[in-house]
Design a protein around this ligand. Structure first.
Ligand code: PMP
Length: 408
């Protein structure tokens, strides 16, 4: 099939995929929640602990210098991955959630006065809703939500209408983890620019699946999590334009983010260290770098083409199932298929599929307002990674026929 990836060879890089599940071949279709890890990532983390682990930035001894070097080298990898202008724009965090909270507290909160507005969309993950509610509650600002159309597209006209003289910040998801919709973030950013409104792009679901160029995008902030880009959990990236980061106060205080400390006054380090208080996830960041290198070597345009081809194949095969309904049918979609089936609850579907070796997610996918928008309590979600192939889709389709028989 199309896409040009040698998936059989790539699958072999992922040890977890080699094992059977409930006696069946494992069809892992939950990469939107978290991707599996290639051997290169596992090796990078283990190699750090086995050969050169020590705390970073402090030791004069060889091990500490080696681990500092390996950790800091990942900034350059992320710079390449995002085409950032400067590696000082790369802040290491725990993940997308922490990155959004950091921007909310350090950049946005000081801008807000009672009655000011933060604009998001109706398809945000809770991670891009709750941090804004927290700063809104603390300052008297208001959360404004751009609507979602029936097919799962962002209502761009509705979004433009909601940009007002009080809009202080816009935070928008690049790719919806529930619907798969690829949002026209360039249009959102252009609309924001007309009024000098800074924009954060939640890249948790775009970084794993497509080329990203933060300079071309023109956003102020872009965030993603390593555990979805084939790296470990507990590591991630806040990318921020350097002038933005330079103007921001620290969010957390502690070791490693200071220049000098006295009891009277502390001077803070420059970005990115200013935002990296305390001992970070050293081996995790190093392994995150290995995951990003892995994606760069495979080629993100190939990953995108492969997942798009798989999506088309899956749509065609799934359409033949009676009572099957996809939630989110936007023309521009990533490899995510959320669905419901007549007479079967999503959790039951997930459980029956698991018996067939098919791993999917069932639930609200941390997008409860979106579930309300589509008037469903939950969906089943199948999502693709670079290691998925048509056999995974066939296994899903066979499993769903079994579901049908079960509830017939
Ligand atoms: N935004 C989106 C669109 C996501 O899919 C996720 C993860 N499901 C997050 C934010 C939060 O990411 P994390 O839990 O890794 O911080």
């Amino acid at each position: 099939m199309g896409g040009g990836l040698d998936v059989a060879r790539l699958r072999a890089d992922f040890p977890v995929l080699q094992q059977p599940m409930n006696g069946k071949r494992l069809a892992f279709l939950d990469s939107a929640a978290s991707s599996q890890k290639p051997q290169a990532v596992i090796d990078a983390e283990r190699d750090c602990y086995e050969r050169y682990y020590a705390n970073i930035h402090r030791g004069v001894y060889q091990l500490s210098q080696q681990s500092t070097q390996a950790y800091e080298a990942v900034r350059g990898v992320v710079q390449r991955f995002l085409n950032a202008a400067d590696e000082r724009e790369v802040v290491f965090v725990r993940g997308a959630t922490e990155a959004i909270n950091l921007v909310a507290q350090s950049f946005v909160r000081p801008l807000l006065e009672p009655g000011d507005e933060i604009l998001i969309t109706g398809m945000e993950h809770h991670a891009n809703i709750v941090p804004w509610q927290l700063v809104a509650e603390a300052t008297g600002a208001r959360l404004v939500v751009a609507p979602v159309l029936d097919d799962g597209q962002l209502d761009m006209a509705g979004l433009r209408e909601r940009i007002s003289a009080r809009t202080r910040f816009i935070s928008v998801v690049h790719v919806s983890n529930t619907l798969g919709t690829i949002n026209p973030v360039d249009e959102v950013i252009a609309a924001a620019r007309e009024r000098d409104i800074p924009v954060l792009v939640d890249g948790a679901q775009s970084a794993p699946h497509m080329p990203v160029d933060v300079q071309a995008l023109g956003a102020d902030f872009y965030v993603f999590s390593a555990h979805k880009t084939y790296g470990p959990s507990g590591a991630g990236v806040l990318w921020g334009r350097l002038d933005r980061l330079e103007g921001m106060p620290p969010w957390q205080g502690g070791g490693d983010m200071i220049r000098t400390v006295t009891f009277e006054k502390t001077e803070y380090a420059e970005p990115p260290q200013r935002f990296e208080a305390g001992t970070p996830n050293i081996a995790g960041v190093i392994a995150m770098g290995a995951g990003l290198e892995y994606m760069l070597a495979v080629g993100r345009e190939h990953i995108l083409a492969h997942e798009q081809a798989l999506l088309a194949y899956a749509n065609e095969r799934l359409a033949g199932i009676d009572g099957f309904r996809v939630i989110g049918t936007a023309p521009d979609k990533a490899g995510v298929i959320s669905f419901v089936m007549a007479d079967a609850h999503p959790h039951d579907i997930g459980t029956i599929l698991d018996m067939e070796g098919v791993a999917v997610r069932a639930g609200h996918h941390c997008t409860q307002p979106l579930m309300q928008r589509f008037d469903v309590p939950a969906t089943v979600r199948a999502s693709f990674g670079l290691y998925n192939d048509t056999t995974d889709v066939d296994q899903l389709v066979d499993g769903l026929h079994r579901v049908k028989r079960f509830f017939a």
